[in-house]
Design a binder for this molecule. Sequence first.
Ligand code: FAD
Length: 470
Amino acid sequence: MTTVPPDAGRSWWLREALADDPGEPAPPLRGDLTTDVVILGGGYTGMWTALHLKELDPGIDVAIVEQDIVGGGASGRNGGFVNSFWGDLEYLAYHFGDRATIALCEAGEESVKAIGRFASDQGIDAWYRADGEYVVAASEEQFGRWADDLITADRLGVSQHFQVLSTDELRERVASPVFRGALFRTVGATVHPGRLALGMRRVLLERGVRIFEDSPVTRFGTGDPARAETPGGTVQAGVAVVALNAWAHHWKRFRRTVVVRGSYIVMTEPAPDRLKEIGWTDGSGVADMRSAVHYVRTTPDGRISFGLGGMQPNLARRIGPRFAYDPRAIEIAIADLHRMFPGFVDVPIEAAWGGPIDVSGHHLPTFGTLGKGNVHYGHGYTGNGVGPAHLGGRIMANRILGKADPVLDLPLVDLEPLRFPPEPVRSPGALVANTAIRRKDEAEDDGEEPNPLIDFVAKLPRRLGYNLGP
Ligand SMILES: Cc1cc2nc3c(=O)[nH]c(=O)nc-3n(C[C@H](O)[C@H](O)[C@H](O)COP(=O)(O)OP(=O)(O)OC[C@H]3O[C@@H](n4cnc5c(N)ncnc54)[C@H](O)[C@@H]3O)c2cc1C
């Protein structure tokens, strides 16, 4: 039985990045200031918005207010999969039509590439590798779940982005006894989330963006000017951007459109020889087709970072400490890692952590505007925000500056959110549905039929119109 590593307080990524180059920390906000744009939240959404704003208008005055350090939320804790939207092809085409789908997928692909270019241009060693990603069938039941996406890809003439691999073909690239073939998506990269976040902070500071860390916004007024209050001071601005990801759930306005789930990652010690044995030597990502998805990637020094999504440690009305570290979820992740890659059973687990996910009913982010038209928000990535946050930042920056960028016509702009039920139904209902979804996934992993009641409850969200995973 492998030992569950203790709570180190931060993700391995952020600790590694801080040890490698802590950079210039940003001070807490002290006193009152006025700026053109105030951004609440220093994750990728907030930071890309600031970077796009500065690129479009170098003279604009921007301040970011972050409760922790930049990247302290999901952006410094994630699996580092940089995705576009090609993986949602059938769903997108059904809801938004063919043209809008292609436009969105191409814009998402451009963001995947732009992140790599940015890191390289700015000298950020973010371990960016654009080697594509495998969507694997990790049980008989998962086999072929990609069929609808392939049919849509064929119809739209974009099949070049996909390749179906048999079990044997997949085994030559990434071998696991549980894999039953895969869909390979050519567009996709992996990145070191912590190095990217700290690198972005450096570039933002160089470009004159004021960043205030350790500065939780305790009150926010959406008037004109907007006003963000922190314990040490206040920022007033003509324009505000709410980039709080899962923490937006704490704001009454978004309580029914963003719900919170947990995702957990375990990181092994380096074992490059073991990776060679299973043939996995590039920077590709592997995700399976469970609803409580496994997302797995390697590092250049030969580690496996093994992620487990779709967890809910409690009623999730607030983002408590179990979202950052939950021994039970970590134990499950370790067992699942060993089931998928038995050759790693005796490789010690060096670190484990978790983070909150901003789940939206569409499984897609939305970028909208509130108040008198001067308060913008972007969230709802549902665990796929590393690439899309770059696109979201581009959308919000163009909107703020009144520029005419074609991304403003994408269907994510002002996407009407699906509302979750009110309390007291929402939190217990989500916990019950989530538990059933996990049990169904686990039964399928074991090659068993899920119990009919569990199957019924697990499918309920989809029957009610929510898209919470495959
Ligand atoms: C464990 C895990 C694994 C993931 N894996 C992947 C992956 O592999 N690929 C992928 O595409 N996506 C993944 N995601 C999701 C992805 O990390 C996010 O969608 C993405 O980083 C979007 O960033 P964001 O800026 O919207 O959110 P965040 O990075 O969470 O930023 C929001 C910020 O707001 C701050 N904040 C909150 N409240 C306040 C307040 N009151 N005042 C001031 N600041 C506040 C938080 O501290 C946080 O820094 C994962 C997420 C988690 C948790």
